[in-house]
Design a protein around this ligand. Structure first.
Ligand SMILES: [Ca+2]
Length: 172
Protein backbone atom coordinates (compact mmCIF):
# COMPACT_ATOMS: atom_id res chain seq x y z
CA UNK A 1 0.00 0.00 0.00
CA UNK A 2 1.40 3.37 -1.05
CA UNK A 3 1.17 6.14 1.46
CA UNK A 4 -0.88 9.19 0.60
CA UNK A 5 2.09 11.32 -0.33
CA UNK A 6 2.13 11.83 -4.07
CA UNK A 7 5.43 11.17 -5.75
CA UNK A 8 6.74 13.48 -8.45
CA UNK A 9 3.70 15.65 -8.97
CA UNK A 10 5.96 18.70 -9.09
CA UNK A 11 4.01 20.65 -6.49
CA UNK A 12 4.81 18.95 -3.22
CA UNK A 13 8.23 17.44 -3.15
CA UNK A 14 8.42 14.90 -0.31
CA UNK A 15 11.81 16.00 0.91
CA UNK A 16 11.11 15.52 4.61
CA UNK A 17 10.47 12.48 6.73
CA UNK A 18 7.93 11.87 9.44
CA UNK A 19 7.26 8.99 11.73
CA UNK A 20 4.07 7.14 10.90
CA UNK A 21 2.18 4.12 12.11
CA UNK A 22 2.22 0.94 10.06
CA UNK A 23 0.87 0.11 7.54
CA UNK A 24 1.54 3.50 5.96
CA UNK A 25 5.16 3.26 6.88
CA UNK A 26 7.57 2.93 4.00
CA UNK A 27 9.99 1.29 6.36
CA UNK A 28 8.26 -0.66 9.07
CA UNK A 29 9.38 -2.16 12.29
CA UNK A 30 7.66 -2.58 15.63
CA UNK A 31 4.53 -0.96 14.25
CA UNK A 32 6.10 2.33 13.27
CA UNK A 33 8.25 3.63 10.49
CA UNK A 34 8.90 6.65 8.34
CA UNK A 35 7.30 8.11 5.23
CA UNK A 36 8.56 10.74 2.82
CA UNK A 37 6.46 13.84 3.42
CA UNK A 38 6.34 17.34 1.90
CA UNK A 39 8.21 19.71 4.19
CA UNK A 40 5.36 22.20 4.38
CA UNK A 41 2.88 19.72 5.83
CA UNK A 42 1.93 20.36 9.43
CA UNK A 43 2.50 17.55 11.90
CA UNK A 44 3.15 17.15 15.62
CA UNK A 45 6.87 17.17 16.40
CA UNK A 46 9.37 16.45 19.13
CA UNK A 47 12.66 18.23 19.72
CA UNK A 48 15.91 16.39 20.17
CA UNK A 49 16.80 15.96 23.83
CA UNK A 50 19.89 18.09 24.38
CA UNK A 51 20.46 16.34 27.69
CA UNK A 52 19.92 19.46 29.77
CA UNK A 53 17.46 19.02 32.60
CA UNK A 54 15.65 22.25 33.41
CA UNK A 55 14.04 22.89 36.78
CA UNK A 56 10.67 24.43 35.84
CA UNK A 57 10.58 26.24 39.16
CA UNK A 58 13.93 28.03 39.03
CA UNK A 59 14.87 27.81 35.35
CA UNK A 60 18.24 26.37 36.33
CA UNK A 61 19.59 23.84 33.86
CA UNK A 62 21.75 20.80 34.64
CA UNK A 63 23.80 18.54 32.45
CA UNK A 64 26.23 15.70 33.02
CA UNK A 65 29.43 15.93 30.96
CA UNK A 66 31.03 12.63 30.14
CA UNK A 67 34.67 13.57 29.90
CA UNK A 68 36.71 12.72 32.97
CA UNK A 69 38.41 15.68 34.63
CA UNK A 70 40.08 16.58 37.88
CA UNK A 71 37.75 18.69 40.01
CA UNK A 72 39.41 22.03 39.19
CA UNK A 73 39.33 21.31 35.47
CA UNK A 74 35.66 20.33 35.65
CA UNK A 75 35.02 23.53 37.59
CA UNK A 76 36.64 25.57 34.82
CA UNK A 77 34.86 23.63 32.07
CA UNK A 78 31.49 24.54 33.59
CA UNK A 79 32.54 28.18 33.86
CA UNK A 80 33.57 28.26 30.21
CA UNK A 81 29.98 27.49 29.19
CA UNK A 82 28.59 30.16 31.48
CA UNK A 83 27.76 27.96 34.43
CA UNK A 84 29.34 26.33 37.44
CA UNK A 85 29.67 22.88 38.93
CA UNK A 86 26.19 22.05 40.23
CA UNK A 87 25.29 23.40 43.64
CA UNK A 88 22.64 21.21 45.25
CA UNK A 89 21.50 23.59 47.93
CA UNK A 90 18.11 22.08 48.76
CA UNK A 91 16.38 18.72 48.96
CA UNK A 92 14.25 19.70 45.95
CA UNK A 93 17.30 20.49 43.83
CA UNK A 94 19.01 17.32 45.02
CA UNK A 95 15.94 15.23 44.14
CA UNK A 96 15.56 16.75 40.68
CA UNK A 97 19.14 16.10 39.70
CA UNK A 98 20.10 12.91 41.50
CA UNK A 99 17.47 10.79 39.77
CA UNK A 100 19.18 11.45 36.45
CA UNK A 101 22.74 10.72 37.51
CA UNK A 102 23.89 7.21 36.63
CA UNK A 103 27.60 7.68 37.31
CA UNK A 104 29.65 9.54 39.91
CA UNK A 105 29.87 13.23 38.97
CA UNK A 106 31.74 16.13 40.52
CA UNK A 107 29.53 18.75 42.12
CA UNK A 108 30.46 22.26 43.16
CA UNK A 109 31.37 21.80 46.79
CA UNK A 110 34.77 21.49 48.42
CA UNK A 111 36.51 21.79 51.77
CA UNK A 112 39.93 22.41 50.26
CA UNK A 113 40.29 25.73 52.06
CA UNK A 114 39.54 24.34 55.50
CA UNK A 115 39.08 20.67 56.37
CA UNK A 116 35.46 19.71 57.10
CA UNK A 117 34.28 23.25 56.29
CA UNK A 118 32.46 22.81 53.01
CA UNK A 119 31.62 25.70 50.72
CA UNK A 120 29.77 25.95 47.43
CA UNK A 121 31.64 27.31 44.42
CA UNK A 122 28.89 29.93 44.05
CA UNK A 123 29.20 31.09 47.68
CA UNK A 124 25.58 30.06 48.30
CA UNK A 125 25.00 29.26 51.99
CA UNK A 126 25.99 25.68 52.85
CA UNK A 127 22.73 24.76 54.55
CA UNK A 128 21.95 21.41 52.89
CA UNK A 129 24.10 18.30 52.54
CA UNK A 130 23.49 14.72 51.50
CA UNK A 131 26.70 12.89 52.38
CA UNK A 132 26.64 9.12 52.63
CA UNK A 133 26.78 8.07 56.25
CA UNK A 134 30.31 6.69 56.19
CA UNK A 135 31.58 9.96 54.71
CA UNK A 136 30.15 11.82 57.68
CA UNK A 137 32.00 9.54 60.06
CA UNK A 138 35.33 9.53 58.30
CA UNK A 139 35.36 12.93 56.66
CA UNK A 140 37.80 14.65 58.98
CA UNK A 141 40.26 11.77 58.80
CA UNK A 142 40.55 11.83 55.05
CA UNK A 143 42.24 14.22 52.71
CA UNK A 144 39.37 14.05 50.27
CA UNK A 145 38.48 17.66 49.67
CA UNK A 146 36.16 17.38 46.69
CA UNK A 147 32.74 15.83 46.35
CA UNK A 148 30.89 13.62 43.89
CA UNK A 149 27.19 12.88 43.63
CA UNK A 150 26.85 9.14 43.14
CA UNK A 151 24.20 6.98 41.48
CA UNK A 152 23.19 6.03 45.03
CA UNK A 153 22.03 9.67 45.28
CA UNK A 154 24.48 10.37 48.11
CA UNK A 155 27.55 12.59 48.17
CA UNK A 156 30.99 11.09 48.61
CA UNK A 157 34.23 12.95 49.21
CA UNK A 158 37.07 12.16 46.85
CA UNK A 159 40.61 13.38 46.16
CA UNK A 160 40.30 16.47 43.97
CA UNK A 161 42.86 15.04 41.55
CA UNK A 162 40.59 12.07 40.72
CA UNK A 163 39.29 12.28 37.19
CA UNK A 164 35.52 12.08 37.17
CA UNK A 165 32.54 12.99 35.06
CA UNK A 166 30.93 16.22 36.18
CA UNK A 167 27.61 17.98 36.53
CA UNK A 168 27.30 21.59 35.36
CA UNK A 169 24.50 23.96 36.30
CA UNK A 170 23.51 27.15 34.51
CA UNK A 171 21.44 29.68 36.45
CA UNK A 172 19.14 31.33 33.94
CA1 LIG B 1 22.10 25.18 42.38
Amino acid sequence: MEDEVAQGDGEKSPDCVRQVEAPRARVTGMGTGVAATPCDERHPFVCRDLEWTVDPGTGHAYRVFLDQQAWIDAHQACERIGGHLATLTSAAEQDLVSGRVLVEVWIGVTDAKREASFTWVTSEPFAFANFAHRELESRSALNNDCVVLGPDRFWHDRPCSDRNYYLCEIDR
